[in-house]
Design a protein around this ligand. Structure first.
Ligand SMILES: Cc1cc2nc3c(=O)[nH]c(=O)nc-3n(C[C@H](O)[C@H](O)[C@H](O)COP(=O)(O)O)c2cc1C
Length: 293
């Protein structure tokens, strides 16, 4: 009996074991389960085995921070991470959360968006198609090779597809590296050789303009998904791109029109950037985008 009193007193003395009021939550002690990604939410759906996992780690009045949980399909940073953007995922979480609550635990979800790296899987899928394009261009090059000096006679038949291909490659490249894909890099990716069947410079530049047209939509989607730093990065990139295009002496043709349209992309991204900033959502510390703006 005496021993028990002594033990209780000792427990009282350990600060880690003392209660803590965390906002509206009355924690019985200060030992917290740190967020630990388990990558066992197959297909991003939390699995029933997580009921046992989390309830084993629950104590009465103890705080648990759940594994990083993605809030959008665009935010997946690694395989089989848990998700919270579909009804099915929400339903799958419920028995897990209920099990924690049943033992008196307090459960927080660590919501997550992996930002630009999250496009990894999508990019891998797209990359696997580059080989198909390469094959098609090589066949086209063979056909054109049979008609020496006739490249520009038939060029109109494939130029708009090539411009789309350039825009997609440029977008993928930007997602991966944050930089502009070079003309020579596109040629290399598609297996084109300047002497035999090269990439027309206008097709490259128009493709880059197409890519620029996609960026405002991308920025809005990213912000909606919780990536508030995206507008700053895109704004910096687009500002540099616009400045580089301005140095070109363009003819009054389609490319010129596409370039003129780029300023509208820039304006739209700027608006999102300022909106995010005014709402206090932009990341602090890096003023690169502001300087450009
Ligand atoms: C396998 C593993 C998965 C993790 N997953 C997450 C996570 O989803 N979210 C997070 O914020 N931290 C995560 N962490 C970091 C742990 O929460 C962190 O290691 C823990 O808080 C201990 O902190 P310390 O490493 O600074 O001692 C993970 C760590 C490991 C080892």
């Amino acid at each position: 009996m005496e021993n028990k009193v002594v033990e209780e007193k000792e427990v009282d003395m350990i600060p880690l074991m003392t209660p803590y009021k965390m906002g509206n939550f009355e924690l019985c002690h200060r030992v917290v389960l740190a967020p630990l990604s388990r990558q066992r939410s197959y297909g991003n759906i939390p699995q029933p085995h997580a009921i046992l996992y989390y309830s084993q780690r629950t104590t009465k009045g103890g705080l648990l921070i759940g594994e990083a949980t993605v809030i959008s399909e665009t935010g997946i940073g690694c395989n089989d991470i848990s998700g919270l953007w579909t009804k099915e995922q929400v339903e799958a979480w419920k028995p897990i959360v209920n099990a924690v609550h049943a033992k008196g635990g307090i459960f927080f979800s660590q919501i997550w968006h992996a930002g630009r790296v999250s496009n990894k899987e999508v990019i891998e899928k797209a990359k696997s198609q580059i080989g198909v394009l390469k094959e098609l261009y090589s066949r086209l090059a063979e056909i054109v090779h049979e008609c020496p000096g006739q490249y520009y006679r038939y060029h109109g038949d494939w130029k708009s597809e090539t411009q789309t291909v350039v825009s997609l490659l440029a977008f993928m490249h930007w997602l991966e590296t944050g930089t502009l894909v070079l003309h020579s890099e596109v040629e290399e990716k598609l297996g084109l050789t300047p002497t035999e069947f090269g990439l027309d410079v206008d097709d490259y530049l128009i493709g880059i303009c197409f890519m620029s047209n996609e960026l405002p939509r991308y920025v809005v989607n990213q912000v909606t998904a919780g990536d508030y730093d995206c507008p700053r990065k895109v704004l910096k990139f687009l500002t540099d791109l616009h400045a580089a295009f301005r140095m070109l002496n363009l003819r009054n043709d389609f490319l010129r029109k596409k370039f003129d349209g780029m300023k509208y992309d820039l304006r739209k991204v700027e608006e999102v950037f300022y909106d995010v900033k005014i709402r206090g959502l932009a990341a602090n510390g890096d003023s690169a985008g502001e300087k450009q703006a």
